[in-house]
Design a protein around this ligand. Sequence first.
Ligand code: COA
Length: 195
Amino acid sequence: MSTRTSATVRPLTDADRDAAAAVVKEAFGDEGTTVVDLWADVVARGLVRAELVATDGDEVVGHVGLSHAWLDTRSELVDIVVLSPLSVLPAHQKRGVGRLLLAAAVAQAQQLGAPVVVLEGDPGYYGKHGWQPAATYGIEAPSLRIPRPAFQVVALPEHEPWMTGRVVYRDVWWEHDAAGLRDPLLAQVEMSLPD
Ligand SMILES: CC(C)(COP(=O)(O)OP(=O)(O)OC[C@H]1O[C@@H](n2cnc3c(N)ncnc32)[C@H](O)[C@@H]1OP(=O)(O)O)[C@@H](O)C(=O)NCCC(=O)NCCS
C-alpha cells in the first residue's frame, strides 16, 4: 500500500528546469515529448504565471504550470490563469503529491490576483479536490472538443458574478493543437463522462 508523500512544494528555479521536464515527460508517457515541447514554448513566450515543483529530498517528483489566458466577458477581456500541465512521477503517484501541487497552484493563482483558474481534466479526480464545472460560473471552454464536465474551474476571491464568457487560450496552445482532444480519444472520453 502506498504511503503518504513527504514531498514539499516550492517555486521552480532554473536549476530544476531539466528535472522538471523529465518529470513531465515520464508522467505523460506517450504524450510526454508533446507536452514538454508545448510547455517549453509557453515558457519561451513569457506566458508562464507560476511554475512549481514538488521535491522529495533532492528529487523533483512533481511539477505544475500556470499560464495566461483571457476570459472574454461582455465588458472586457479578463486576465485569468490555466493550470496545465500537472505531472507526478509514476513511482510517486497516488501518495498525495498531485493534491499538494494542486493546492499550491491554486494558492499561487490567488496570490497573482487571478479571479479564476481553469483546467481540462478528469472531473472524477479534480472534483475531489474542490474543482467545479466551469459552466457553473457561466464560463465556457475555448473549444467544443473539451467535454463540458472536463472543463473545470476554481473561483478565487477576485471573482465577480459578471465574469462570464468564453476562455481564450493563447496562440501557442493552438499552434501545438493542444486545446481539448480529437477523435478517436475525444469520443472515448465523452462516453466515459457524465452529461
Ligand atoms: C494526475 C496526477 C497528477 C495525479 O497525481 P497523484 O500524485 O497521483 O495525485 P494524488 O496522490 O493527489 O491523488 C491520486 C489518487 O491517490 C489517492 N491518494 C492520495 N493520497 C494517498 C495516499 N496517501 N495513499 C493512497 N492513495 C492516496 C487520491 O485519493 C487519489 O485517488 P483517486 O485515484 O481515486 O482519484 C498523476 O496521476 C499524473 O501525473 N498523471 C499523468 C499526467 C496527467 O494526466 N496529468 C493531468 C492532466 S489533466
